[in-house]
Design a protein around this ligand. Structure first.
Ligand code: ACO
Length: 321
């Protein structure tokens, strides 16, 4: 349907209080601040407290986004939470969040697309909005990756952190989200996975993150360029029209390579990976919230959000602020 757009009217984010620096990690595993910074750009990450779950982080981020949007939670027509680290097998984290927000009746569901989760959830919300059925939609990315890491595997545990980011979308006759593109290729599942499940009351497999770092790196750089170009083309825009690039925050070298391929200077790229590490589905809304609140993103700017992650999944959302 034409003439209906989704506009982001509020952003919010939340990071757990505890900060774990590279130096802290070097005290328990054989690594160094220098190695981690050089290979990844990461200096520190936040780690959730024992009692905090994905829905708790999501709740804080959502409250902040609702506050900026200036609407009460009761006005929400739909809640979508992107997470790979849900509170439990079921109910979905979106339903748990709904209850914690003290509201009911509107649909609430989770999207599981790993590090592309927020982009997938935002693209899904945009389709619902364009159907004309909804007026306000809450989209959240929330993760507690600290729970699925092998803290003795220096090749993976140094890369991730916990956090949440949220946006409130409002139906508008002005753009808004201009174009979205999503992809998946399940044949690459083996290079990044958490190969465990619950079966008969026991854990089957190994529910800890495993990754072939080099293969992930190459794949991410390739598809982040491709999907950005595809999304620009769908909106009838050029690379030079992008004011701000917000790629998934996995690794500064992936981000730099993507920016270079798109011909963008790093001054136009929002970077939080140094302080947050890779927060999977939360990384893009965390970075968006930071850049909105510090005034870098301003009305009229074109912003490209990009995700890539396990599945493999990847996608982009291009919007006019
Ligand atoms: N500290 C010190 N040394 C380490 C560490 C560490 N934390 N981790 C690995 N090493 C060692 C390895 O054991 C290896 O030693 P060896 O040569 O004696 O065998 C050496 O460093 C080089 O290891 P590589 O894996 O080849 O290092 P590389 O330069 O490829 O960097 C990294 C590894 C950072 C994981 C890189 O491949 C990468 O960034 N990949 C992308 C992965 C990523 O970002 N994943 C995020 C999840 S996916 C997503 O979000 C899209």
């Amino acid at each position: 349907m034409t003439g209906i757009y989704s506009r982001i009217i509020g952003t919010g984010s939340y990071l757990p209080e505890k900060v774990l620096t590279n130096k802290d990690l070097a005290a328990s595993i054989e690594t160094s601040d220098e190695w981690i910074r050089q290979r990844t750009g990461i200096r520190e990450r936040h780690v959730a407290a024992e009692h905090e779950s994905a829905s708790d982080l999501a709740l804080q981020a959502s409250r902040r986004a609702l506050e900026m949007a200036g609407i009460p939670a009761e006005k929400l027509d739909l809640i979508i939470v992107a997470t790979t680290t849900p509170d439990m097998v079921f109910p979905g984290t979106a339903c748990i969040l709904q209850a914690k927000l003290g509201i009911k009746d509107m649909p609430a569901f989770d999207v599981q697309a790993v590090c592309s989760g927020f982009v997938y959830a935002l693209a899904t919300a945009d389709q619902f909005m364009r159907s004309g059925q909804y007026e306000h939609i809450l989209v959240v990315g929330a993760e507690v990756y600290s729970r699925i890491l092998d803290w003795e595997d220096r090749g993976t545990c140094v890369l991730f952190g916990d956090g949440a980011g949220a946006v409130v979308l409002k139906r508008s006759s002005e753009p808004g989200i201009l174009a979205t593109r999503l992809h998946a290729d399940g044949s690459h599942a083996g290079i990044l996975s958490v190969p465990g499940s619950v079966s008969g009351g026991k854990i089957r497999g190994r529910p800890l993150l495993q990754m072939e770092g080099g293969a992930v790196f190459k794949f991410a750089v390739k598809v982040l360029e491709e999907v950005a170009l595809e999304t620009l083309s769908a909106a009838g825009l050029q690379k030079t029209d992008i004011d701000w690039l917000i790629p998934h925050q996995a690794n500064i070298r992936i981000i730099q390579s993507t920016a270079k391929k798109l011909g963008m200077s790093m001054e136009r790229v929002i970077v939080t990976v140094d302080r947050h590490a890779n927060t999977s589905a939360a990384s893009v809304p965390l970075a968006l919230d930071e850049a909105v609140r510090d005034g870098r993103i301003r009305p009229g700017h074109h912003v490209m959000l990009e995700g890539v992650g396990g599945g493999f999944t990847w996608g982009a959302v291009l919007l006019k602020w």
